[in-house]
Design a protein around this ligand. Structure first.
Ligand SMILES: *Cc1c(COP(=O)(O)O)cnc(C)c1O
Length: 404
């Protein structure tokens, strides 16, 4: 059985976790703080806050910005539902827009979707391929777009425009014009969920890059409090001699990362550039080499150009000439050969809850077209070349059976 995306758990990870367990400090503490600093210096952000998930990070930023009922948040229809659910949690309205053929949000469609109620633009770096951040930053800074913006919180007043909040769940280590994701938007949120490129079992990080006059360090402090009950001291600070007294300054959330999680992240980050990214690149390249001879294979066009490099999170293959049912049948046949594949994603407007809210996939034709023919192939560190060949054989046989 070839799994889809198992984590890389080796002796180094086990040793680092064991070290934390033996240290006597297992919740948020020195390792989480070190992981935050190492992440910031890796991708070039002013500050990073580690949390228990990317979902928590996205919601925390929407709440921090004062997003609520009557507000609109623009996001791609082609994403995992977490991106939309957090908008619902805040009582705001998700405004879906279609994607382009590279699976990423269409800047032209964004412009058409902006209204005076738009507070946040939440693009997704699908599969690890960075969005066109020059275009996205140009939209939120466009003088006619800014003129429409109606601030309703202190932070909105201070920013004076739509917040660019990147769902970078897939794209740690991806490059756009020489810079890494995490440094390309006001805020970027990474996921360290078990299937992501870098995992801490569950987990996420917020990368802060607000322009002046914001002070990213003080936003970091505010977010620490908001993500830990609204308590003005964390557990480590309270441990200091005689420092037991604390206050609750707001009804905060409980979203913190533990040092057990951070210990996995520290090991993974230390070998991310030298081992993880090159291996993922190799796997994707190998798929392309083996599949390019088939005229039914629509290969992911964009993983590497002069100025943009993917983090190789997904290998989204598409099958030319199949509809959704044909694709599903191909996946059934592939699974019978003990190879795990997946579909990224079932578009959010196709989910029962969102359909019941009145959304319809027919409004997002490119999203549907890409989804209906998409099959994601396994990409993970321990995948061998022999297994890559097995995956490709399973795909080729299955496609031939359905297309015949
Ligand atoms: C995984 C994922 C998330 C959520 O990440 P968690 O850390 O599981 O909360 C959000 N957006 C996208 C696009 C994802 O793939």
């Amino acid at each position: 059985m070839i799994p889809f995306s198992p984590p890389r758990i080796d002796q180094r990870i086990i040793d680092e976790v064991t070290d934390t367990l033996r240290s006597g400090w297992i919740t948020t503490g020195p390792k989480t703080k070190r992981f935050e600093k190492e992440l910031s210096s890796y991708y070039g952000a002013s500050a990073s806050l580690c949390l228990n998930s990317a979902t928590a990070g996205l919601e925390l930023m929407l709440r921090w910005f004062g997003v609520g009922p009557g507000d609109e948040v623009i996001l791609p229809a082609y994403t995992y539902s977490a991106t939309a659910n957090v908008v619902m949690h805040c009582g705001a309205k998700p405004v879906f827009v279609d994607v382009r053929s590279d699976f990423n949000i269409d800047p032209e469609a964004i412009r058409r979707a902006i209204t005076p109620r738009t507070k946040v633009l939440m693009p997704v770096d699908f599969g690890g391929w960075p969005c066109d951040y020059d275009a996205l930053n140009a939209i939120v800074n466009d003088s006619s777009v800014k003129a429409q913006f109606i601030p309703s919180s202190e932070e909105q007043q201070k920013l004076g425009r739509i917040l660019l909040l990147s769902d970078a769940a897939h794209s740690l280590g991806a490059r756009y014009k020489g810079r890494l994701t995490g440094s390309l938007a006001d805020v970027s949120v990474f996921s360290f969920h078990a299937v992501k490129n870098l995992t801490t079992a569950e987990g996420g990080a917020i990368a802060l890059n607000f322009p002046a006059p914001f002070d990213n360090q003080s936003i970091y402090q505010q977010l620490c409090i908001k993500s830990l009950h609204g308590q003005n001291k964390d557990a480590l600070a309270k441990m200091q001699k005689g420092n037991w007294r604390y206050d609750i300054v707001e009804p905060g959330y409980k979203m913190n990362m533990t040092d057990i999680m951070a210990s996995i992240g520290l090991v993974e980050l230390s070998r991310y550039e030298s081992e993880t990214l090159p291996k993922r690149h190799h796997v994707c390249q190998r798929y392309t080499e083996l599949l390019k001879q088939y005229d039914w294979a629509i290969l992911p066009q964009q993983m590497l150009t002069n100025h943009t490099v993917s983090s190789f999170h997904l290998y989204p293959l598409r099958i030319h000439g199949v509809d959704e049912n044909g694709r599903d049948e191909i996946i059934r046949l592939i699974s019978e050969k003990d190879v795990s594949v997946n579909v990224h994603f079932i578009p959010v407007p196709m989910m029962s809850f969102y359909k019941n809210q009145g959304y319809s996939i027919t409004d997002y034709p490119t999203t549907y077209k890409l989804y209906a023919a998409e099959i994601s192939l396994p990409v993970y560190f321990d995948l061998t070349d022999a297994q890559i060949s097995t995956v490709v054989e399973a795909v080729v046989d299955s496609v031939k059976n359905v297309l015949k």
